[in-house]
Design a protein around this ligand. Structure first.
Ligand code: SF4
Length: 320
């Protein structure tokens, strides 16, 4: 029995396959349900508040009070989100949840001065074809420096990785630099992870070499996924990550057996601004090109500034 090969991958999914092929299969191919994640819902809340702070407020007015107001609004909006309902928080837990989110938003101000931020896009979904694979990822924020250079900023609400895992995390973010280069025609000079919990900022400077290496590695991972699908052979890879894995019941490492799971119907993706890099090997009319989110004349080739891209929905809209 062979399994359906996913049509596209996000940088997070690429890393997920290398972390554990079996967990990748159960999540991405079989779509086995997982319990609601308070961390993911809180991440959505915090991301929304920070995106609104940057996008709705001019430089000079991005204060802690403005951020707190945006968090209140995002919290109100979240009440209608089924993911929050699934957490089943009672009043006290909900208040603790909101207060912790407020702490994370407040800590953002220890990492950068938002009044100095010149964002040209938030929640920006980029897609590019890398040979057989469509790579898609959401960039939390795309900034422009005074020199007309691009900087990718990614908010993280979990703990910063230890020194041992820092390199692996940065490997993933180089894929966002690759996407940026393919779609916008310009390589960012920096990819910055803002870990709000600690708080600590981790930066990487992409280069032609790192981007080329990521391209090759990603295509190699894709071929490994294709082979695994053909043979229906996704092996477990035990690691410290097992303690967070919801699939232990199906994992031979823990005495379980992978189910021949039927794919479940998932809710369709929510709409986000999307920019697609056309595959040069495919005729233009065969390429799906949704409404452009960046005006062609504003594409930052040669140091020009890209047009602002409207904010959209939380990162949870698309697996990342
Ligand atoms: S428990 Fe560990 S080895 Fe098993 S599927 Fe999960 S991550 Fe993979």
């Amino acid at each position: 029995m062979s399994l359906a090969v996913p049509r596209s991958l996000s940088p997070t999914r690429v890393t997920a396959f290398t972390d554990c092929p079996l967990a990748f299969r159960l999540r991405t191919i079989d779509h086995l349900p997982e319990p609601p994640s308070p961390q993911a819902v809180k991440g959505t809340l915090v991301h929304t508040a920070l995106e609104r702070l940057i996008w709705r407020h001019e430089p000079g007015s991005r204060s802690r009070a403005a951020a707190a107001t945006e968090l209140d609004g995002a919290w109100e909006d979240l009440q209608a989100d089924p993911e929050l309902e699934k957490l089943g928080l009672d009043d006290d837990s909900a208040e603790a949840f909101r207060v912790d989110a407020a702490t994370l938003v407040d800590r953002y101000f220890e990492l950068e001065d938002p009044d100095r931020v010149r964002a040209v896009g938030v929640e920006l979904l980029l897609e590019a074809d890398l040979g057989p694979l469509r790579l898609r990822g959401i960039i939390d924020r795309l900034d422009l420096t005074d020199d007309g250079e691009l900087v990718i900023v990614d908010y993280k609400t979990g703990r910063a990785p230890g020194a041992r895992f820092e390199h692996a995390k940065l490997t993933g973010v180089h894929l966002y630099a690759l996407l940026c280069q393919r779609v916008l025609g310009k390589m960012p000079v920096e990819v910055r992870l803002l870990h709000l919990r600690d708080p600590v900022s981790i930066s990487a400077a992409p280069s032609d070499q790192t981007i080329r290496a990521q391209h090759q590695r990603t295509v190699a991972v894709w071929h490994a996924i294709e082979r695994a699908c053909e043979r229906a052979d996704f092996r477990p890879r035990p690691s410290p990550l097992c303690q967070y894995c919801h699939f232990q019941t199906f994992c031979p490492t823990f005495g379980g057996a992978p189910p021949e799971a039927q794919p479940l119907t998932l809710a369709g993706p929510r709409r986000v601004p999307v920019v697609v890099a056309p595959d040069p090997d495919v005729a233009p009319d065969a390429v799906l090109v949704p409404e452009p989110a960046v005006a062609p004349e504003a594409t930052p080739v040669g140091g020009g500034a890209p047009a602002p891209v409207a904010p959209a929905v939380p990162s949870s809209a698309v697996p990342s």
